[in-house]
Structures are given as structure tokens and as C-alpha cells.
Design a protein around this ligand. Structure first.
Ligand code: DQQ
Length: 682
């Protein structure tokens, strides 16, 4: 740019460029002298920028490749799929390292069928649109409890950068400002030390009162010993938390005497004790008793093991991903992990390695003794309530200090064959984050509900009010393509039929009572999702009411996968459980459908079911939504609101490079045009 001095007629500034002026230019004086260098400089700058731009664009792929060699969405190492490739035989991955089998090999459904001829198109359709998943490869649960740091939600997850099966576990990393749209970031932590050489496993973050972030995680050592390690952000002012430093004194905890070296993992977020210390709990087992060890620390570097355990339940086996947090008995908001007091209950949750389900119980915490006692010993951890009765495992909660809510986030496993996972190039994903509240009405359970942000994806809402569904009928609901849906449905069952029906002592159990095809007097009725026109494929989500001999009603909330796919090599059970329905309440359900995922919430989230389904025909425009009533005696009145769901933006991390190049392109073009115009007019 010309400096102001260049336009000063009486005192022309010497030009550093020693322009070669012709006679004409000499005659026209200062102005001409100044114009040439300006034009020259502008054109030079524009030219340089253009060359820079070209280099950036030409080298973009090279740069992106370099960058992505450490990224969870690495295109460069894409091994994509096609069933032409020879399927690798499934092996029970994880067991040697001291965790349960992490793959769905034929051993999960031996004898259930022969391999199905999946086409690439079918496999591609299974990818979800508004659930979080890496662009390829294996992921398992959110490790290092997700957290909100300087305005960004962070998800760190177990990730295999080398394939669609468990192994080589590092921490994938993604950030979001709304828990729905995500941006992948470079891998946060790799297995590069003797104390985590066999994997950087589950961990949890604690935000200290001064804003410092500390993180404890399980490392599987070079000798597959499970130890706890400390890490912290290299640059605490970086809201994206890109770089992590491992504490040089790691490991900070090794398995204590009496604990097997492969049974010591997944430290929780720390909470503050009345003695001014930080307390954590770590899952383990002794023989078949699942336990949660308790440690106090003041600096996260040295620890004191408390006598006894926070809690233990015989017969439940190894407790993974233990979670411990308070819920308010009076307020509608979530609580920070250290909150306590008379209006508070405490939740203990354990992921049982033996059956791979997440169980929780409500109880009372004794902070002085570091012990927790369940409200109802018959509904203790691992033998009572589950967060979810479908595929939902290794979940964790975190406290969202901005929205004052506790958010629960689970991992949805695959239930197809490992060969199909390898062919499609990815395996498993995250459930939609859920807010968790104590259910003040029942006092016996939690309420889980999709975070409110998911509603931003709703499109084309349709209502169907007071639809009468006669016994034995199916009614189509015209919502257009139903592969991505949010449906809220309320049902009123014919009161007279309820009164008239005879009570029986036969117990209704979702998983063993015949599914949606088995007719009873008062059910099943509900929705058929991911169903094709003739319902040859369908996933019913339904209520079933059973009347006991005492005249009391018991309602079950179930999801039947037995006709969810024509494929022969996927798991197709019936999931669900009973759901509390209080006097005067209508029956209600909410169902989120996202290609191969159906997440269902009964009675405001008292009972939840996540189903992993693999339709072959009810895909794309063939996916439809129906109401059904398979009861023999009772008609049902249903009111439905249904929305198609937009897709979430889940940007690859090298997309940020593309965005950067786009900005460079725009800026360079603008400068170039200005320079040309300037040169033309002056
Ligand atoms: N997976 C991790 C463990 C955790 C388990 C290893 C949960 O830290 O216990 O990948 O699936």
C-alpha cells in the first residue's frame, strides 16, 4: 500500500523500488512516479497471494494427509469396504487384555443364521445422520467423561485408528457447542508410554474450582496391567484442548493388594469431601462381586485407599465405567458432582462387563465413611434398574455448568457380524445425549430425555390427533420418508375393556413373551418404525398392559426386533421392561429414528430402549411409520406428533482446512480484483 508521504507533491518520498521511468513518466511528475510502484506492488502482492493460493490448493491434499495421519477421520488410510473383500474371521478381541469380548463375531449368534448378502448400498444406508460417529473405524464409549470447557463440549472416545474392530485404543476427540453438531479434532492421546502401551482406556475429567482441568485415565501397560494415569491440557487456555501432557510420575495408581491386575479400571470424576480432599471411585471385582474402590487425594498425584468400598454387589462381576453423582429430590436442574445435602439422592451406576448393560440404583451417600446404601436392596446396582434395556453401554454423565443439567451419554454397540462391520468400515456410535433427573413423581427411578438441542433438527412437523386404532389394525401415518424421525405419541386405552378383562397371574416379560405378534387383551399397541409398505420389515415399539389377579395393572414398554431385518446374521431380540404409569397418566412414548438406530423413551423417560436395527428393504423412501394395535379386546386412541429430522453437521477435522482454504480463496480473489480495478482506473 502507498504510504501517505507518497502523495506529498512538494516532498516526494524516495522510492525503494528504483522504478525505471520513461520520459513521459518523468514529465508527469510525482503522481506518475507514485502510481507505477503502487500498481506494481499491488499486482505483485496479488500475484504472490494468487501463487500462495494455488500452492495451498494444490498442496491441500498433501497437507490434509499429513494432518490426518493423526486424525480419527483419516481419509488417507481408508480401507473401505465392499463385501468383495474376504471377511476376516471374528475373534474375541479384548479378552486377553482383560476386558470382555469387544466384537460381535458369529459367536454372539451362533446357529442363528447364515451370512447375509449385504450390498454396499444397504451397508451405506446404515450410517446415521444425527448421531455422533467417527467417519470410519471402531469406536467405543465416551471415555473421559464428556465435559464442557470454555464454551465447548468435548467428547473423547475410545477409537481404533486402524480398523473397524476393537484394538489399538487411543482417544478420538470431537467438539461441539450444542451436543448435536460436531467437529472432529486430531487424536487427543495415543498409547506411547509403557504405562498405556496396550491402550489409553476410559478416564474422567475433573474441573477444579480454579478452572484447572485434570484427567485420570486407565492405561493398560506393556504387561497388560491396568493402572491409573494423570494427564492435563498442555495449554489450559486452549478451549479445544488439542494437546495433552501425561504426568511424568505416571502411573499414579496401581492395583491394590487383593485386586487382580486386569480388574482395576475406569476412574470417575472426582468430588469434594467435607475434609477438603478429592475423592474418586474405580471399578473392580473380587471373585464374582462387583465393587467400587474409593481413593482420596489432594493433588491427584498421590492417593489414599479408603477402607471397604463405596459399594459392592455379589454376583455382578466386574464393574466398568462406574459413575457416581447426585440428583436433586426437589429441583428441576442437575447437580454438580460434589453437591450434597438433605434434598439430594445419589446414583451409583456400573457397566457390567459380564452382560454389557448399564445398571443404576438410587441411594444415600455417607460422605464420612465413603459408602453408599441403596434405597431398595432388591433394586441394587446390577440386579435392578437399567438406564436402557437395549444396546447402551459404558455410559458416563457430566455436569453441564452452563445449562445446569446432568447429561448422560452412552455408547451403542453393533449387533451385526464383525464381517459386516469390516465391510462397512465402521462400528458403533454414540447415543443422543440425555438429560438425567430424579423422577419426583415415582421416587423410584430416573428420567432420561434427549437433550433439548436435538429439537433444532426437527423439520416438517405433522400431527395426527385422536386416531382410533381398533384391535388387530395397522394405520399408516403419512410423514414422508421415515428414516430420520422424532415421534411423540400418546395413547389412551379403552377404559371399559380394561375393567372387563380378567386378571391373570401370568407375568408379561418383553424378552420372552412373544414380542409384538403375541396378542393379549390389552396389548401390544404402539408404533411400527422402519417398516416397509407391507410391514415385511418392521420394528414395533409398544406398550403391553397386563392385569393381575389382584386387579392391578402392570405396563411394559418394549421394542421387538424379530422382524426388523430380513438379514439372517444380525441379533433380533425383544427388548424392554416394565414402566411405572401413575393414576391419571396417559401412556406416552418418544421415538428417535436414525437409519439403523431406534431410541425409545417410555413415560417421559422412565424406561428407555435403544435398538440397533439393520433393515434391508425398509430403507430410504421405503421406510414408513405406522400405528398398530394388536390387542384382542381394547381399542386405543392415539395422538401423534412426528417430525422428519435434519442431519447434524459432523465436520471432519480436515474440513477445517477446506474452510481455511475457502477463506484464503475468497480473500485472495477480492484483493486481486481490487488490484486489477485500481490498476485499470488510475
Ligand atoms: N472399555 C475400555 C475400558 C472399559 C471398557 C477399554 C468399556 O476402559 O472398561 O476399551 O467398554
Amino acid at each position: 500500500m502507498a504510504s501517505p508521504g507518497w502523495h506529498e507533491p512538494s516532498n516526494p518520498a524516495p522510492s525503494p523500488y528504483a522504478p525505471l521511468l520513461g520520459d513521459d513518466d518523468q514529465r508527469t511528475g510525482v503522481k506518475a512516479k507514485c502510481r507505477r510502484p503502487t500498481k506494481f506492488i499491488l499486482l505483485l502482492v496479488a500475484g504472490l497471494l494468487a501463487v500462495g493460493l494455488l500452492v495451498a490448493l494444490v498442496d491441500r491434499d498433501g497437507y490434509a494427509k499429513k494432518l490426518s495421519s493423526s486424525m480419527p477421520n483419516d481419509e488417507a488410510t481408508s480401507t473401505s469396504s465392499g463385501l468383495e473383500s474376504t471377511p476376516r474371521p471374528a475373534v474375541a478381541r479384548g479378552v486377553a487384555e482383560g476386558v470382555s469380548a469387544k466384537s460381535n463375531g458369529p459367536f454372539l449368534f451362533a446357529g442363528e443364521g447364515t451370512p447375509f448378502s449385504w450390498t454396499n448400498q444397504m451397508l451405506a444406508w446404515q450410517r446415521t445422520a444425527f448421531h455422533f460417529q467417527p467417519r470410519k473405524n471402531w469406536m467405543n464409549g465416551n471415555k473421559f467423561s464428556p465435559l464442557l470447557y470454555k464454551g465447548w463440549y468435548h467428547l473423547f472416545y475410545q477409537y481404533n485408528p486402524d480398523g473397524a474392530v476393537w484394538g489399538n485404543i487411543v482417544w478420538g476427540h470431537a467438539v461441539s457447542t450444542d451436543l448435536i453438531h460436531w467437529r472432529h479434532l486430531p487424536i487427543a492421546m495415543v498409547a506411547d508410554q509403557w504405562y498405556d502401551q496396550n491402550g489409553v482406556w476410559t478416564g474422567s475429567a475433573t474441573i477444579l474450582p480454579d478452572g484447572q482441568l485434570v484427567m485420570l485415565y486407565t492405561g493398560s501397560t506393556n504387561a497388560t496391567v491396568q493402572v491409573q494415569n494423570l494427564a492435563y491440557p498442555a495449554d489450559p487456555s486452549d478451549p479445544l484442548l488439542i494437546e495433552w501432557v501425561k504426568y511424568p510420575g505416571n502411573p499414579v495408581l496401581v492395583p491394590p493388594p487383593g485386586i487382580h491386575f486386569k480388574d482395576f479400571r475406569d476412574p470417575t470424576t472426582a468430588w469434594y469431601t467435607s475434609e477438603g480432599k478429592w475423592r474418586i471411585t474405580i471399578g473392580s471385582k473380587v471373585n464374582k462381586t462387583g465393587i467400587s474402590l474409593v481413593y482420596d487425594t489432594v493433588d491427584f498425584k498421590s492417593y489414599e485407599l479408603l477402607d471397604g468400598v463405596l459399594h459392592g454387589v455379589p454376583g455382578t462381576g466386574m464393574w466398568e465405567c462406574v459413575d457416581f453423582y447426585p440428583v436433586s429430590r426437589t429441583d428441576e436442574n442437575g447437580l454438580d458432582t460434589s453437591d450434597d445435602g438433605s434434598g439430594v439422592k445419589h446414583v451409583v451406576k456400573a457397566s457390567l462387563d459380564d452382560d454389557r448393560n448399564d445398571y443404576y440404583a438410587l441411594g444415600t451417600y455417607d460422605g464420612v465413611r465413603g459408602k453408599w446404601i441403596p434405597d431398595d436392596p432388591t433394586l441394587d446396582v446390577g440386579i435392578g434398574l437399567r438406564y436402557d434395556y437395549g444396546n447402551f453401554y459404558a455410559s458416563k454423565t457430566f455436569y453441564d455448568q452452563e445449562k445446569r443439567r446432568r447429561v448422560l451419554w452412552g455408547w451403542i454397540t453393533e449387533t451385526d457380524s464383525e464381517a459386516a462391520d469390516i465391510a462397512k468400515g465402521w462400528a458403533s456410535l454414540q447415543a443422543i445425549p440425555r438429560t438425567v433427573l430424579y423422577d419426583k413423581k415415582t421416587g423410584t427411578n430416573l428420567l432420561q430425555w434427549p437433550v433439548e438441542e436435538v429439537e433444532k433438527l426437527r423439520l416438517n412437523g405433522k400431527s395426527f390427533d385422536g386416531v382410533e386404532v381398533k384391535p388387530g389394525s395397522v394405520i399408516p401415518l403419512d410423514v414422508g420418508s421415515a428414516a430420520q424421525l422424532d415421534v411423540v405419541a400418546e395413547f389412551e386405552i379403552d377404559k371399559e375393556a380394561k375393567e372387563m378383562v380378567n386378571g391373570t397371574d401370568a407375568e408379561y416379560v418383553c424378552s420372552t413373551s412373544g414380542g409384538a405378534a403375541e396378542r393379549g387383551a390389552l396389548g401390544p399397541f404402539g408404533l411400527l418404525v422402519l417398516a416397509d409398505n407391507d410391514q415385511s420389515e418392521q420394528t414395533p415399539v409398544y406398550f403391553y398392559i397386563a392385569k393381575g389377579t389382584d386387579g392391578n395393572f402392570k405396563t411394559s414398554f418394549c421394542s421387538d426386533l424379530s422382524r426388523s431385518s430380513k438379514a439372517t446374521d444380525v441379533r433380533k431380540g425383544v427388548y424392554g421392561s416394565t414402566v411405572p404409569v401413575l393414576e391419571g397418566e396417559k401412556l406416552s412414548m418418544r421415538v428417535l429414528v436414525d437409519h439403523s438406530i431406534v431410541e425409545s423413551f417410555g413415560q417421559g423417560g422412565r424406561t428407555c430402549i435403544t435398538s440397533r436395527v439393520y433393515p434391508t428393504n425398509s430403507v430410504h423412501e421405503n421406510a414408513r411409520l405406522f400405528l398398530f394395535n394388536n390387542a384382542t379386546d381394547a381399542k386405543v386412541k392415539a395422538s401423534i406428533r412426528a417430525w422428519q429430522m435434519n442431519s447434524a453437521n459432523i465436520y471432519p477435522s480436515n474440513d477445517s482446512m477446506n474452510k481455511f482454504n475457502f477463506v484464503v480463496l475468497k480473500s485472495c480473489s477480492a484483493i486481486f480484483i481490487v488490484a486489477i480495478l485500481y490498476g485499470f482506473f488510475f
